[in-house]
Design a protein around this ligand. Sequence first.
Ligand SMILES: [Zn+2]
Length: 385
Amino acid sequence: MDVSSCPLFLLLDRRRVTSNSVHEIFMRECFKLARRGTGFVSPNPMVGCVLVRGGKILASGYHRRFGNAHAEVECLRTYRGNTHGTTLYVNLEPCVHQGKTPPCVDLILQRGIPNVVIATRDVNPLVAGKGISRLRTAGVDVKVGVLEREARELNRFFFKHMRTRMPYVHVKIAQTLDGKIAPARKRSAPRYLTSPDSLKLVHISRAEYDAVLVGAGTIIEDDPQLNVRLVKGRDPAVIILDGRLRVSGKEKTFAAKIQRQVILCTTAKAASAHRRKVESLRQKGVRVLEFASRNSRIDLTTMLSSLYDLRIGSVLVEGGRDVFTQFAEARMIDEMSIFVAPKVCGSGTPAFSDGVSFELGEAFGFKTTAVQKIGDDTLIHFSKA
Ligand SMILES: [Zn+2]
């Protein structure tokens, strides 16, 4: 693709582009490519790469799937010409360690690429600045920090893994104006509180996250499918938080032909009291994880660490009240989306249990990152403060 012919580039060109804005144009190309790996590369980061000369993209590539070639390799394998005067753009620092593929820094040096532009350093301790310094030592002109904030946002799951060895947690709540997630009289209620546009957004999120997590109550009362139907995308794994092992095993999530991973997290105490149920779930292909309990509840830190060991790098928490409350109590929420339907419910189930109370001055708060109108609903987006 010739980016110099794109309208934005021409507009900037006429105003005499600064080198930074050119860098940003090509870095955005990397982001676009990187996003194609959404849902398939976890727990690896999403990375895109372009090779540029004279304002033209000579080659491009991205990390397609966990275990496959890195973006730099994908990019350079399609270009065999000389690299004189080229610049390689990549949204994450190239690796220096021998992984499933040889180090990308070696490849860049072998191909004699004179300039490299990187959005953000890799926080992986195996890389952490070593890629940049090896390139510089070899005489490559390296620029770091182009659209760094966007690059960190793009790979926020990965940056959390590297810091904590735990999955990224996003809580999604659909509620009424008066903060209820379900009316008291369920039978007269419509199937969904929010608009079709909001539901579509939820399906887009499901395709991006490694897993959807719900409590046993949601499985028993709503019997949801928790898959991706309204948009194209792969189905996430399903995680069920069921401290007392209340599910019957006949719900839709456990349908005979399980194509995706279903993980049931329960307490060791409940599992030993319901051995036969555990066995029948395991025969269906459900992975049953048993945890020590504290006040008959699973410790979320231990659970999330175990899930990360199973390569679950991101979790979309969809309900219900007790699950939302547990994650809030444990301060385990990285991001939260609240869809507010323009309805008043009166008596009903609140999003968070009033059995807990937080000091308003406490450290655990959020910052509002976006407010959007979605159909008739308002979506408010928060991230950990
Ligand atoms: Zn690499």
